[in-house]
Design a protein around this ligand. Structure first.
Ligand code: ZN
Length: 346
């Protein structure tokens, strides 16, 4: 028995020393401290449970809420939450029962469930939808009517844009510079840039929140867009001198009209031109690091817009005007890509 303990102690100590030396060697090689956080949000994030509400039937694509006298139009705000697949009405103020609508009508099947929740802001009424819809709202006295439409019925050309990471998934980070924030700024700027071009940008994320890879993939599957773009920010833990824009593409799928490599090349050129930056090259996503790129059935790229670990590029990425320039480049590339695809269709 004593013999066994002795061996356990010896093996344990050797293992400990080995681990420590690896850590020391690794730390010595590291010129910059970066945080790698690529873990995706857990499936089935925590949402407040809430109480199930009854609703009556309505025609397809219509959701109707009839409130009591006390609720004014400005008390109610509406948003679609991609992670949860919910269309949420927020009624600000006290959490009183009288804030609840007296009647809710919705098409069964389209609305899978209706739930009320008490939140910090007030009261929330969440309709879980069977898939993604855009909505238009109109008020008639105390009745709010939401008309649901599918994006493909509304827009001729759709690009799903994934500002990567978000919430607890920070992505790459150097000091206060965080990938999840930069990708979000660029995503929002890109949506704005393409506003009046006939290209509709559908973002997987507009806020700093956890949205699981599964939810983003489900969204991609549900939309069937014309093009897909993932936005990331790079980091080089070993060499802080590394900088430039890199574009990754799916080398397995063949896409009609334009190959993934051609799309990647176009995006690389347009972004680099817009920021007068350095082209770091285009690469097949052999390690399957970009989930949407891996799963898209249309031309799709993952753009690593620059290196946080490079002092000069990191400083630029911190600036809004620089992020807008990146968005300008991505937007130019998407417009050219649409032209190529349109020509192919003729
Ligand atoms: Zn990333």
């Amino acid at each position: 028995m004593t013999q066994l303990w002795k061996w356990t102690a010896v093996i344990g100590s050797v293992f400990y020393l080995l681990c420590m030396s690896v850590v020391i060697v690794y730390a010595a090689n590291k010129s910059v401290v970066i945080v790698e956080n690529d873990t995706q949000a857990e499936e089935g994030m925590e949402y407040l449970a809430g109480t199930e509400m009854e609703f009556t039937g309505a025609q397809e694509n219509v959701l109707r809420y009839t409130f009591g006298n006390g609720v004014a139009q400005e008390d109610v705000s509406i948003e679609y939450r991609l992670g949860a697949g919910e269309l949420v009405l927020q009624v600000t103020g006290l959490r009183d029962e009288w804030l609840l609508p007296e009647e809710v009508a919705a098409a069964e099947g389209q609305v899978e469930s209706l739930v009320r929740r008490d939140t910090e802001e007030g009261l929330e009424i969440a309709a879980k939808l069977d898939r993604y819809y855009e909505f238009e709202s109109s008020w008639d006295e105390h009745t709010l009517e939401l008309t649901l439409t599918r994006p493909e019925d509304r827009y001729a050309f759709i690009v799903v844009v994934n500002p990567a990471h978000g919430g607890t998934n920070i992505g790459n980070a150097v000091n206060s510079l965080r990938e999840k924030e930069i990708t979000m700024v660029i995503g929002a700027a890109l949506e704005k840039r393409l506003q009046d071009t006939g290209i509709k940008v559908l973002l997987t994320r507009t806020k700093d929140e956890d949205i699981s890879t599964e939810a983003r993939l489900e969204f991609l599957e549900d939309i069937t867009p014309d093009l897909v773009v993932e936005i990331h920010v790079n980091a080089d833990a070993v060499n802080e001198k590394t900088f430039g824009t890199e574009v990754y593409y799916n080398h397995i799928f063949y896409t009609r009209g334009m190959t993934n490599a051609e799309f990647a090349d176009l995006m690389e050129r347009e972004v680099v031109t817009a920021i007068s930056g350095r082209a770091g090259g285009i690469f097949p996503d052999e390690e399957a690091r970009y989930a949407l790129v891996q799963n898209a059935k249309v031309p799709a790229v993952g753009i690593e817009v620059g290196y946080l670990t490079n002092e000069a590029e990191g400083a630029l990425l911190q600036r809004n005007d620089y992020c807008e320039k990146i968005a300008e480049g991505i937007g130019n590339g998407l417009e050219k890509a649409r032209e190529i695809l349109d020509k192919d269709e003729e």
